[in-house]
Design a protein around this ligand. Sequence first.
Ligand code: 5AD
Length: 349
Amino acid sequence: MDRGQILRWLREQDQARLDELWNMADHVRRQKVGNEVHLRGLIEVSNICSRGCLYCNLNASNKSIERYRLSEEEIIECGNSAKKYGYNTLVLQSGEDKSIDPEWVSRIIRKLKEIGNFAITLSLGEWDQGVYKLWRDAGADRYLLRFETSDRELFDKIHPGSKVHRIELLEILKKLDYEVGSGVMVGIPGQSYESLADDIELFRTLDLHMIGLGPYVPDENTILGKNAAELMLSDQQVPADEITTYKAYALARIICPETNIPATTALATLNPVDGYEKALSRGANVVMPNVSPKKFRKLYSIYPKKVCVNECDSFHEEIHNRIKAIGRTVGQGRGSSVKYLKKHQENYV
Ligand code: 5AD
């Protein structure tokens, strides 16, 4: 699919044509990654953040939220619940908490690996190569770092004071042989259709193993939430809505057929009723249920009304049923991306 086609699909409004796009994406998904939906247990390790990202409610200047960092014991407990629910991957996510000792993370990775045959995904933000290597050596398997937008000017506006290039970090992670995930927010103020098409083309260039896509959810407590009008484009602005997010899922699947694509919490926040099902039928093949301790969930408030905050224990059973109800099966193994598995098989031959 070329750039012109990507742009046409992003702007497409006709329902019948969009059904074609959904079918195409679903067909590619079935052919390339099959019917399994992989479940990942998400642990929100810390909401402490040293960054000032304009769109995120966890940004350092927000003094109105109570900050927390889970203890080692609490994280191990989350690992035990994930094991109980049968999840084979744990995702450790955090704000950019620079008071985290990298060695502490390494110790936790090792301990979690002792309690189960988990794949460990880290989503702990920007660190240097030495730290990424330390964690890889400790056994971390995957790393998620969204580049958020490929438009450098927009990136700099919404990430004041940012010094590193995330694309370079993604290359470093790839060299360290992590399974590498990245992605963007759909509809961030200032994002044009051209810019979202660039993002999707960059997924292809980066040859990602995982692509995380969610709608931008405005938060009136953030700088961007208050001043969106200043960045919003008059005619080329991508809407932060459900349909456009599905378009991005479908295009990502068609363009990167063997990658893992989670149906994200941000999308389910826009459509709590059947957002997961729709995403899974339009390209996605992963869901990441929250296994964080309940008392901390409301504090990991990246954006308002996040669905998982009230997820109760029954959600873990419910998600199995919802997956089966759309004719899919729950993944049994670790659910590495087909792309990564193939590369490693090639190395063995
Ligand atoms: N709306 C949607 N997604 C957001 N994120 C941060 N703030 C928001 C928001 N207001 C996303 C970013 C980040 C991920 C962990 O959450 O893309 O990479």
